[in-house]
Design a protein around this ligand. Structure first.
Ligand code: FAD
Length: 172
């Protein structure tokens, strides 16, 4: 009865046949995840290293460090130099917490809108809803956004004001 588009950076392609233009661009970042060998040397909470622009966070017995904001379309290459910078940050802030040679590497895309807020609300069809474009904060906002779009689908008053998130704002 109701379709919710939540395809991140791929949402524009998905709705293009409907004549709907969503300005969502993939903004690339990288991470490493590594088991802790000396947990006492690792952060217990999230630490933002402003020198290297790298964020390190604790995931149980592992540490995850992320960084970089790149416009590279959907290129999934993981250059060694990027990973080296992230490792340098971890090594300088939390020396000896892990064997960084054991780190898993990853790259992904933040679905960014030009003005920042996600795109949440009713689309240009009776049964079409949008919950996409969450940019840097998709994990943080996931549960709240899901609750709010469910309220919109049910015709209820959303728990938060959705003006800043309205899908039509880019063509006004
Ligand atoms: C390096 C990095 C660090 C980040 N750190 C944080 C953080 O600390 N906190 C935070 O809140 N957020 C963070 N984010 C952002 C977060 O990852 C994104 O905002 C979030 O993943 C967006 O979720 P999504 O479900 O909208 O899109 P995605 O996670 O991109 O998922 C979209 C899914 O749709 C699928 N799909 C595409 N086309 C179709 C189709 N036609 N049919 C069916 N499925 C389809 C794709 O395969 C994909 O699985 C980070 C992102 C990066 C890159």
């Amino acid at each position: 009865d109701a379709f919710v588009v939540s395809a991140g950076c791929w949402s524009p392609e998905l709705v293009r046949p409907l004549g709907l233009k969503l300005p969502i661009y993939p903004v690339k970042g990288y991470s490493i995840t590594v088991p802790l060998s000396e947990p006492g040397r690792a952060p217990v909470s999230t630490i933002h290293d402003d020198n290297f622009k790298v964020v390190s966070t604790r995931l149980g017995n592992r540490l995850r460090a992320t960084g970089f904001v790149e416009l590279a379309d959907f290129n999934r290459d993981i250059p060694g130099a990027r990973i080296a910078t992230i490792k340098k940050s971890v090594q300088s802030r939390f020396p000896g917490c892990a064997n960084l040679d054991d780190a898993e590497t990853w790259t992904g895309f933040r679905p960014m809108t030009p003005d920042g807020p996600a795109i949440i609300g009713r689309g240009p069809r009776d049964n079409l809803f949008l919950n996409t474009g969450h940019g840097t904060f998709g994990w943080t906002l996931s549960a709240g956004s899901a609750a709010v779009i469910a309220q919109v689908i049910d015709g209820e008053e959303p728990a938060v004001q959705l003006d800043a998130f309205r899908p039509g704002r880019f063509s006004e």
